[in-house]
Design a protein around this ligand. Structure first.
Ligand code: SF4
Ligand code: SF4
Length: 144
């Protein structure tokens, strides 16, 4: 059974520093077909153009590419994200990822790079579990 060490909830409030979207290490922002379609639409592009310009295939999955020198996410500009309203599920669910929630040490380690961790608003256990297990943030109506 999963360790429920965060049963009393966890504090998190994004300061907008942009560090989770930055290098210097290589990272992956995994995206699904509906997310590609929504981001493409948001940028007034078609999905194939979006794939060609912003995506790479890794195995059988697709990730956003990175800016070549900094390894920041290709979309990060002046700490802002131009696809923010339709940003991928992976971006929406940070920092409530399985990898950070396995153990309090991992959570606190993530807090060393993300200044929003352990600060601000209290997320309840139920809210955390909803975000941890979320695979899809959109409704099918958003794709019409
Ligand atoms: S690193 Fe944390 S505080 Fe900074 S933008 Fe990302 S989520 Fe927000
Ligand atoms: S898509 Fe936007 S929120 Fe997600 S990593 Fe890239 S810049 Fe950050």
């Amino acid at each position: 059974m999963r360790n429920k060490w965060y049963i009393a909830g966890l504090h998190f409030e994004c300061s907008g520093c942009g560090r989770c979207c930055m290098g210097p290490g290589e990272g992956y922002v995994w995206i699904t077909k509906p997310e590609i379609e929504m981001m493409a639409k948001h940028l007034s592009m078609d999905a194939d153009q979006f794939r060609g310009k912003y995506c790479r295939r890794i195995g059988n999955r697709t990730s956003l590419i990175e800016q070549p020198k900094t390894l920041d996410c290709i979309f990060l500009q002046n700490r802002a994200c131009p696809v923010y309203p339709v940003r991928p599920n992976q971006c929406r669910t940070w920092p409530f990822w399985n990898s950070n929630l396995e153990h309090p040490d991992y959570w606190n380690m993530a807090g060393q790079t993300c200044p929003g961790i352990n600060r601000g608003r209290l997320y309840t256990f139920e809210e955390i579990e909803m975000l941890r297990t979320q695979k899809k943030w959109w409704s099918d109506d958003d794709l019409e």
